[in-house]
Ligand binder design. Structure first.
Ligand SMILES: [Zn+2]
Length: 157
């Protein structure tokens, strides 16, 4: 997995996840990359500093991590103070964390989510697969679930 800092023709900064450089070039060529803010397909990669909250680097640079706060991408100008990180980037970051911390219940997702909601199963973050109809039912029952596009969850595996 490779997380690239991207920028559109209007200087909106966002993140893209790719299996590698070729994947990025391929998606770019096929016009699959779009700015989440304005939808522009003219997207370019910007150089980013090494990411600081991964593996050993996180332990080695606690001070830098604290300074960067919630953003783990210290690219200058990416998010000026007071300007919110683009929603997509925030969502993906959240998803990445949720995936790492949740239990994969696979096909039993809807069943397990109800179980937890009723208090039959221990309260814990779970992830898994549910159809659109199941997801809608859960929401109607007042059970908070977040549906991610398949492309987003694929890259998280
Ligand atoms: Zn844009």
């Amino acid at each position: 997995m490779k997380v690239l800092d991207l920028r559109c023709a209007h200087e909106h900064a966002f993140e893209g996840w790719f299996s590698g450089e070729e994947d990025f070039q391929d998606q770019l060529r096929r016009g699959l990359l779009q700015c989440p803010v304005c939808g522009a397909a003219q997207v370019r990669k910007v150089l980013s500093a090494p990411r600081i909250n991964r593996g050993a680097a996180a332990a080695a640079e606690p001070a830098a991590a604290a300074v960067e706060g919630v953003s783990d991408t210290p690219a200058p100008g990416r998010s000026a103070p007071g300007v919110p990180v683009p929603l997509q980037a925030a969502l993906l970051q959240w998803a990445r964390q949720a995936m790492a911390q949740s239990e994969d219940v696979g096909e039993r997702f809807a069943q397990e989510a109800r179980s937890i909601h009723r208090g039959d199963s221990p309260e814990r973050p779970i992830r898994g697969q549910a159809s659109a109809a199941e997801t809608l039912e859960l929401l109607q029952e007042g059970i908070p679930v977040l549906a991610l596009p398949p492309s987003a969850t694929d890259t998280l595996h």
